[in-house]
Design a protein around this ligand. Structure first.
Ligand SMILES: Cc1cc2nc3c(=O)[nH]c(=O)nc-3n(C[C@H](O)[C@H](O)[C@H](O)COP(=O)(O)OP(=O)(O)OC[C@H]3O[C@@H](n4cnc5c(N)ncnc54)[C@H](O)[C@@H]3O)c2cc1C
Length: 386
C-alpha cells in the first residue's frame, strides 16, 4: 500500500472520507476520471472487518459498471451458487442463487480497492480522522486529526463514506446512547476457519439470540460471521469462543458442520452496535455513500452491493457537478431521490426474516414451508435485495 502521510496540504477536487468498500470504490472511479482525489481513513489497512464476506450476485454487475471487475476477478474468491438455511431443531432449506456469488475476505477486498484508487492517482492517507466539515464558497474545508497533528484541507467536493451508524455523527460514533445500542442483534463478530470441507454455498444457522453465517472465501478458508443480541453475547461470556459454543449447543447441525475446523488466529473482528437504518440519509452536509447512507440487515447479504449501487449513482452525478454540468442543488436532489427508491423494501424484508428465523418455532415452520414451496422461498430471497 502506497498511502502517504500527513504532508498532504494541496487542494483537491474530492475528499473521500472512509476507505472501506464504498469510499475506496468511489475514490478509484473519481481518480480514474481525472479528479484530484484524497482518500482518508482513520484506521490502518489491511485489516479484518466484521462482515459475512458474501458478495451477492448483484455486486458483479456493479463492479463491471464501475470498471473494477478485473480487480475483483484477480482476488481468488470462492464461487457460491446456493444458500442453505438451517433452523436450530434441524429443518433446513437450500435455495439456488439466481446468479453466481463470490466469497472474498474484506481484508483482501478493501485493500484491493484501495490499491485501485492509488493506481488511478488518488492519494491515500491512513490513521487520520475527519473531525469536521465546513462548507465554504465553492467547496469545503475539512479538519483532520492524525496521530500527533491537526490540519485542514480544502476540496471542491467531499464524500461521507464513513460506514455504519455514523451518518450524522462521524466524529462521535462511540458515544451512541445506550438505549439505541441495546437493540436485538446488535453485535457482529467474525473469524476465519480452516479445515472445513469445501462447498459452493453460503450457509446460515439460526438459534435463539442470533445466527451464524458461513461463507467460503479465498485459500480454502471459511468466513464465520455471527450476529447476536447483547443479552446472548453477555450470556456467552462476551467472546467469540463462548458465542460459538452456545450456538453449536443450540444448533447441532452447526456443531457437525464445524467439526474438524480451527479458527485462524488474527482474523477475528467485531462490530458494535450494528443498527439498521430506519430511513435513508443520502445527504447531510455532504453526500453520504454506502452504509453512511443506509444500513440494511446483514441477513440480506446485500449491504456491499447496496453500497456499490450508491457509489455508482453518486459518482455519475458528482462527475457532472465537477465538470460544471450540474448545480450542487440538482446533484443533491437527484441523488436523494435515487437513493430513496432503493433499499427500503430489502430492509423491511430483512428485518422480518431475522425475527422469524431467530425464533425457534417460527424458523422451523418457515423452513418447512419453504421446502414445500420453493417458489415462495426464491421470491422471499429476491425481496431482500434490489
Ligand atoms: C456482521 C455483519 C455482516 C455483514 N455481512 C455482509 C455480507 O455477507 N454481505 C454483504 O454484502 N454485506 C454484509 N454486511 C454489510 C457490509 O459490511 C457493509 O454494507 C459494507 O461494509 C459497507 O461498506 P462501507 O464502505 O459503506 O463502510 P465500511 O466498510 O464500514 O467503511 C467505512 C470506513 O470509514 C472509516 N471511517 C469512519 N469514520 C471515519 C472518520 N471520521 N474519518 C476517517 N475515516 C473514517 C472506517 O475506518 C472504515 O474503514 C455485513 C455487516 C455486518 C455488520
Amino acid at each position: 500500500m502506497t498511502g502517504r502521510g500527513m504532508g498532504v496540504h494541496s487542494d483537491f477536487d474530492a475528499i473521500v472520507i472512509g476507505a472501506g468498500l464504498a469510499g475506496s470504490s468511489m475514490a478509484a472511479v473519481l481518480a480514474e476520471k481525472g479528479w484530484r482525489t484524497l482518500l482518508i481513513d482513520r484506521n490502518s489497512s489491511p485489516r479484518h472487518k466484521a462482515c459475512g464476506e458474501f458478495l451477492s450476485p448483484e455486486a458483479a454487475a456493479l463492479w463491471r459498471s464501475l470498471g473494477l471487475d478485473s480487480r475483483i476477478a484477480g482476488l481468488g474468491g470462492a464461487n457460491i451458487d446456493s444458500l442453505l438455511l438451517t433452523a436450530a431443531e434441524g429443518s433446513s432449506l437450500e435455495v439456488p442463487l439466481p446468479a453466481p456469488a463470490l466469497g472474498i475476505s474484506r481484508y483482501r477486498l478493501d485493500s484491493a480497492l484501495q490499491e485501485a484508487a492509488v493506481y488511478h492517482g488518488a492519494e491515500l492517507v491512513h490513521g487520520c480522522s475527519v473531525l469536521q466539515i465546513r462548507p465554504k464558497r465553492n467547496g469545503y474545508e475539512v479538519d483532520i486529526r492524525g496521530k500527533s497533528e491537526r490540519t485542514s484541507i480544502e476540496a471542491r467536493t467531499v464524500f461521507g463514506c464513513w460506514g455504519r451508524n455514523a451518518a450524522s455523527s462521524y466524529a462521535k460514533q462511540s458515544r451512541l446512547p445506550r438505549s439505541k445500542a441495546d437493540k436485538p442483534l446488535c453485535i457482529g463478530i467474525k473469524v476465519h476457519v480452516e479445515g472445513l470441507p469445501q462447498c459452493s454455498r453460503v450457509e446460515l444457522y439460526f438459534f435463539q439470540g442470533g445466527y451464524i453465517g458461513l461463507s467460503p472465501v479465498e485459500e480454502g478458508r471459511h468466513n464465520l460471521a455471527a450476529l447476536v443480541s447483547g443479552a446472548f453475547f453477555d450470556r456467552c461470556g462476551r467472546n467469540t469462543a463462548g458465542v460459538l459454543s452456545e450456538a453449536c449447543r443450540q444448533n447441532p447441525a452447526l456443531a457437525l458442520r464445524l467439526e474438524g475446523g480451527a479458527t485462524v488466529p488474527g482474523t477475528e473482528a467485531g462490530a458494535y452496535p450494528v443498527l439498521v437504518s430506519k430511513h435513508t440519509t443520502a445527504w447531510g452536509d455532504v453526500p453520504h455513500v454506502g452504509d453512511a447512507a443506509r444500513v440494511i440487515p446483514p441477513l440480506c447479504g446485500d449491504g456491499m452491493a447496496m453500497a456499490l449501487r450508491s457509489v455508482a449513482m453518486c459518482v455519475e452525478l458528482a462527475d457532472r457537478y465537477l465538470c460544471g454540468e450540474l448545480s450542487l442543488e440538482h446533484w443533491k436532489k437527484r441523488y436523494i431521490r435515487q437513493m430513496r427508491r432503493h433499499g427500503a423494501g430489502p430492509a423491511a424484508w430483512g428485518r422480518l426474516l431475522e425475527t422469524v428465523l431467530c425464533h425457534p418455532a417460527l424458523s422451523q415452520a418457515a423452513l418447512r414451508l419453504g421446502a414445500r414451496m420453493p417458489g415462495v422461498a426464491a421470491r422471499l430471497f429476491r425481496a431482500t435485495r434490489q
